[in-house]
Design a protein around this ligand. Structure first.
Ligand code: GLY
Ligand code: MN
Ligand code: MN
Length: 444
């Protein structure tokens, strides 16, 4: 009997929706059919050692397999999609196993023993989606990654099907379980490296299976936004712990950040509590019809209120926002699209037919400028950090006169605070995948 996971019941509808999306996009662009490559195994320079294989997200949108180098899909309106599954005859490595799940019933499946065997299967006039490879010009593709088609598909990817949402709920539970294990390891006195291992074990992931490298930072390391050092030694004094770590299920990611204090109370404890309230208020703004940059603007307002309320700046809330002082402490965007990629593609698209809406120059790291639709999944991740480079810049350009430097000196050894949840926009109340997962896990 094939394994039947609950999401398999939804998979058939998901494929039906993808077939509709592709049929419309292909027709609008005047194409006949599409070949999607999973991708090729890549090797280190001058070496026979492979990099971890990362599947083309367009391939995984259709087929929930991640170990499929050299495989292809063929999509044509009016027929079931074809999967040309690459299964080499190899005694050096374990060849990818032919999947045995119910989802396979949605595909016409053929086995190829070498990726080049797919060439004979490519119909005339097909366009190609994927990473190019040597010799592709002889395969007869009409176009490679044509932007008119890619724009339409990337636009559509932002709205998740019920199947995709179910995968993301499972990923969120996996991430929440691992975050609880990591917090316990922190409170036991583990080093960054030790916490990382506890996280992986609880998530059931290898490093290569994570949707992005874990950020596991003790003390001042929390001020480095993409800190991936993993110190093996525990610091003599343990003050704070910021963890930004995800998990995935069938390629769908969760992206979760939590900040912990070694001891409750104090100025840092108050900052954490204030950030928790602000983050929840921002999550409540995730709704169909909301222009996402408005949430980013609301986040700057919230950050300013915290900075004033906690005595970190001496000016008014209005001045902190207008002078850009909030960006000294909160220098990144409020979040991004989430899905098959942790920073899911298409965040700056103006519409399915092309064009971009770049973020304003003062907020150039904002990854999402679209208006949310029901089924869009985004992160909400406000933070306040004590980053020397940005504090020095504020001091140089005069904004430093509004900074309470004694408060900054007290908080700098803690690095900073960030809280990040994954939230689904609906026409009603937002669905907070992360909070739901933590609640389910702690109730179990
Ligand atoms: N973990 C990367 C991010 O939060 O965007
Ligand atoms: Mn994120
Ligand atoms: Mn994150």
């Amino acid at each position: 009997m094939p394994h039947r996971a609950p999401e398999n019941e939804l998979f058939s509808d998901h494929i039906g929706q993808l077939r509709r999306i592709f049929a419309e996009a292909v027709e609008a662009c005047g194409y006949d059919s599409v070949v999607i490559a999973a991708g090729q195994q890549r090797y280190r320079f001058l070496d026979d050692q492979p990099y971890p294989f990362a599947v083309n997200p367009h391939f995984q949108w259709w087929a929930p397999v991640d170990n499929a180098p050299g495989s292809f899909l063929h999509i044509e309106a009016g027929s079931a999609p074809s999967l040309w599954f690459h299964q080499p005859e190899d005694y050096w490595h374990k060849p990818p196993e032919m999947p045995n799940d119910a989802w396979l019933a949605e595909f016409n499946v053929s086995v190829i023993r070498h990726p080049s065997e797919a060439k004979a299967l490519v119909p005339a006039g097909a366009v190609f989606i994927g990473e190019s490879f040597p010799g592709i010009e002889d395969w007869g593709f009409r176009e490679i990654n044509p932007s008119a088609l890619m724009d339409r598909l990337h636009w559509a990817r932002a709205v998740k099907t019920p199947y995709e949402l179910e995968c993301m709920r499972i990923a969120a539970r996996r991430g929440a379980r691992a975050h609880v294990a990591a917090a316990a390891a922190f409170h036991r006195g583990a080093s960054e490296y030790g916490i990382h291992l506890a996280y992986l074990a609880a998530a059931g992931h290898t490093e290569a299976g994570l949707p992005y490298p874990n950020i596991i930072a003790l003390n001042e390391g929390a001020a480095i936004l993409h800190y991936t050092e993993l110190q093996h030694q525990s610091p003599a004094e343990r003050r704070s712990f910021l963890i930004d770590a995800g998990a995935q299920y069938r390629g769908y990611a969760c992206d979760i950040t939590r900040t912990h204090a070694a001891a409750p109370g104090g100025r840092f404890g108050a900052l954490m509590n204030a950030m928790e309230s602000a983050e929840l208020a921002l999550c409540a703004l995730v709704k169909a019809g909301t222009h996402y940059p408005d949430i980013h603007a609301a986040a700057h307002q919230q950050v300013a209120e915290i900075l004033v309320g906690e005595g970190i700046v001496t000016c008014s809330v209005e001045t902190a926002v207008d002078s850009g002082l909030t960006s000294t402490f909160f220098p990144h965007g409020i979040g991004h699209l989430l899905g098959l990629q942790v920073h899911d593609i298409g965040g700056h698209q103006a519409g399915p037919g092309g064009g971009t809406n770049p973020p304003p120059s003062a907020h150039r790291y904002l990854r999402l400028t679209r208006t949310l639709e029901a089924g869009t999944v985004v992160t909400i991740e406000p933070g306040i950090y004590f980053i020397d480079l940005l504090l020095n810049e504020a001091q140089r350009d005069g904004r430093g006169r509004d900074i309470a430097w004694d408060a900054v000196a007290e908080l700098k050894p803690f690095g900073g605070v960030r809280i990040e949840d994954d939230v689904v926009a609906t026409t009603g109340a937002p669905e907070n995948l992360t909070r739901d997962a933590f609640a389910e896990f702690s109730a179990a």
